[in-house]
Design a protein around this ligand. Structure first.
Ligand code: HEC
Length: 256
């Protein structure tokens, strides 16, 4: 009993110390958890939210962030028609070639092209962003603890710095960014994006929708995976029942 108490105490102290040092390093608070339709074992992506989120990405985020792993045709998975995908793609220009005489040429993007990146390379991206690199967003909800909750919290987490913090030029204070100072300005504004169906959107709404879009982009096959999981579970339940029936049959002659 005594050793148990000592062990518990030791653990408590150890965790207390770890927690303390993390806080001292200016750790950001855990992003509050939001309601996402894609959570839970039967959760699916809200297609309308993902489409609105794509609009937010396109109109706001895509001037700095690439999404290299997405092709325009993948947008059909969130409910765009083939024609809509072609129309979206044709607004962008890609370099193709070489043609018959060995020259590269430019053409409108097609459904099978990947999302056109805002900068030619990392150096150009850094040069345009005060030396900071806007990360590719294809897998961002997987790459950050907190997933979609973190993206939502980050986009809505800009606030005035406390008195003892002096952001350098090109730095912004965010409640949820580890260390709090980041090189991305507060990009969303109320009414900054106007949705076709519902009109001007609030910051909350835009942050929510773009988080859904980014969650889908990070894990487009989640729904298939969950469906397969449910089938496997059902199969295991039935199979266990059958095994039990067989066991009873096989052992039915044996006296207890
Ligand atoms: C003006 C350019 C610019 C725009 C527009 C922009 N960002 Fe950023 N973003 C940056 C830069 C620069 C960084 C790197 C910040 C740093 O590391 O200090 C960044 C970082 C991020 C990160 C990573 C944060 C982390 O934990 O490392 C996420 C997520 C992100 N941006 C999402 C978005 C989303 C979503 C949008 C659209 C609503 C957007 N950004 C629009 C420049 C931009």
């Amino acid at each position: 009993m005594r050793s148990l108490k000592t062990a518990t105490l030791a653990l408590g102290v150890a965790f207390g110390l770890i927690g303390g040092s993390a806080l001292a390093a200016g750790e950001a608070p855990t992003p509050p958890s939001q309601n996402w339709s894609f959570e839970g074992i039967f959760g699916t992506y809200d297609r309308s939210a993902a489409q609105r989120g794509f609009q937010v990405y396109q109109e706001v985020c895509s001037s700095c962030h690439s999404m290299d792993l997405l092709d325009y045709r993948h947008l059909e998975q969130i409910g765009l028609s083939e024609e809509e995908v072609t129309a979206v793609a044709s607004d962008y220009t890609v370099t193709d070639g070489p043609d018959g005489s060995g020259n590269m040429f430019e053409r409108p993007a097609e459904a099978t092209d990947s999302f056109v990146a805002p900068f030619a390379n990392e150096a150009a991206a850094r040069a345009a962003n005060n030396g900071a690199y806007p990360p590719d967003l294809s897998l961002i909800t997987k790459a950050r603890g907190g997933g979609a909750d973190y993206i939502y919290a980050l986009l809505t987490g800009y606030e005035d710095p406390p008195d003892d913090v002096e952001p350098a030029p090109g730095q912004y204070y965010n409640r949820y960014f580890p260390g709090h100072l980041l090189a991305m300005p507060d990009m969303l504004s109320d009414g900054g994006v106007e949705y076709a169906r519902s009109g001007p959107a609030s910051v909350d709404q835009q942050a929510h929708d773009v988080s859904v879009f980014l969650a889908w982009a990070s894990e487009p096959h989640m729904e298939d995976r969950k469906r397969m999981g449910a089938k496997v579970l059902l199969f295991l339940v039935v199979f266990t029942g059958m095994l039990y029936a067989v066991k009873r049959k096989v052992w039915s002659d044996v006296d207890h």
